[in-house]
Design a protein around this ligand. Structure first.
Ligand SMILES: [Ca+2]
Ligand SMILES: [Ca+2]
Ligand SMILES: [Ca+2]
Ligand SMILES: [Ca+2]
Length: 383
């Protein structure tokens, strides 16, 4: 087992708007850094080649004839098997997770049931393309790009980071990181592409904890329930709940470590310009308040129609609202323009035994223009 803390800085750099990994720090010039757009194009070719030359055990993740193997057998990311489609390019080079080849099977790139594509993901000054398999979305709470998650996963990298591409080449992959028992991960420590994909999944269904009421705050659209994970059974996973999310993320180097070398503690080095594959099972998330302004990050990403958009930036200063302590840029801190309430029953939102009501906040609209005061730079409440 390895930890993931070495991921930290890359993410913050990219997400919060620093435009490029190619910053000039005034030191002696190192090896030349590849052009971000050129590398993104190359990575996209390599990922598409892999998706074209491999299939996977998709039938295990479909509900066929009333049989749901995920629910019935507790399948997780460990049950995902990538399989080389035979004879597409001659020599058989299996992915590390499977050591056989077959002559039939739908190439992943054509698997419209499970393959999803996110176009135009902005990072390092250009738009990237992300591919992922959504084997099961999950049935519980939505996941954000910022809040910690409880998950298991396996990370693999392509064996080929050359500055060239031949259509018939498909990489061998190597596992560099694997957690098969659930682990809480700070999403800020993850590479941007993986976080982006995880935010399209959900947790297991929340279960009411006996003796405590579930509370839904209509203002915040946050379902505040205690999620039950029976730690006595299997390390926090819960006894029988299989409503979790399962997927595979294919992350180009531009949304991973790009030119940075990642020496791992006990495993394989991730060389520069490696595309990464993460197979994962997503169990839980815990909503937090990233900028400590009294409003949960999820709420600051929630649009009027209830969808989640982490790019909402009310004052257009480059800091999204969830990471902006003065959301309307009027010089008055948001926490001073909202009222953090304490008149609702306390809850234990993450089942850590600590009962708080940290998401209880009330908004005012003093001039009645339909814009809450903390998002309205024409009014500074509290003065
Ligand atoms: Ca906040
Ligand atoms: Ca802002
Ligand atoms: Ca904020
Ligand atoms: Ca303000």
């Amino acid at each position: 087992m390895k930890n993931t803390f070495f991921y930290i800085n890359i993410l913050l750099l990219g997400f919060f708007g620093i435009s490029s990994c190619q910053q000039d720090d005034g030191n002696l010039p190192g090896p030349s850094v590849r052009d971000v757009q050129t590398q993104a194009n190359l990575d996209d070719q390599k990922i598409r080649a892999l998706l074209t030359n491999y299939t996977f055990n998709d039938k295990d993740f479909e509900i066929l004839n009333g049989i749901d193997k995920v629910k019935d057998s507790g399948y997780t990311h460990e049950n995902i098997k990538f399989i080389r489609i035979k004879d597409t390019i001659g020599a058989t080079i299996p992915l590390s997770s499977e050591n056989r080849d077959i002559s039939t099977g739908t190439p992943i790139i054509n698997n419209t049931k499970f393959l999803k594509v996110i176009n135009n993901v902005p990072f390092s000054g250009i738009d990237h393309t992300l591919y992922y398999l959504q084997l099961r979305e999950g049935e519980g709470k939505p996941v954000t790009i910022i809040d910690p998650t409880l998950n298991t996963y396996k990370g693999e990298f392509f064996g080929d980071n050359r500055e060239s591409f031949t259509a018939n080449e498909v990489s061998i992959t190597t596992v560099f990181d694997e957690f098969n028992t659930p682990v809480w991960t700070n999403e800020l420590t993850r590479i941007a592409g993986f976080r982006q994909i995880l935010s399209n999944f959900r947790t297991v269904l929340p279960i009411d904890k006996p003796g405590f009421d579930a509370i839904e705050n209509p203002t915040q659209k946050l379902l505040k329930q205690c999620q039950v994970f029976d730690n006595s059974d299997n390390g926090g996973l819960g006894a029988v709940d299989t409503s979790y999310g399962i997927g595979v993320a294919f992350v180009p180097s531009g949304l991973a470590f790009f030119e940075m070398n990642q020496p791992l503690v006990n495993g394989n080095n991730i060389a520069p310009y490696q595309n990464l594959i993460y197979s994962f099972t997503l169990f839980n998330t815990e909503y937090t308040d990233q900028d400590n302004d009294g409003i949960a990050s999820l709420l600051e990403m929630t649009t009027a129609d209830g969808s989640i958009d982490p790019t909402i930036d009310t004052d257009n200063d480059g800091n999204p609202d969830f990471n902006d302590a003065d959301d309307d840029g009027d010089g008055r801190l948001t926490i001073l323009e909202v009222e953090v309430m304490d008149n609702l029953p306390d809850i234990d939102s993450n089942c850590d035994g600590i009962f708080t009501n940290d998401n209880d906040v009330e908004f005012s609209d003093e001039n009645g223009n339909g814009i809450f005061d903390h998002l309205d730079n024409t009014i500074r409440v509290g003065f």
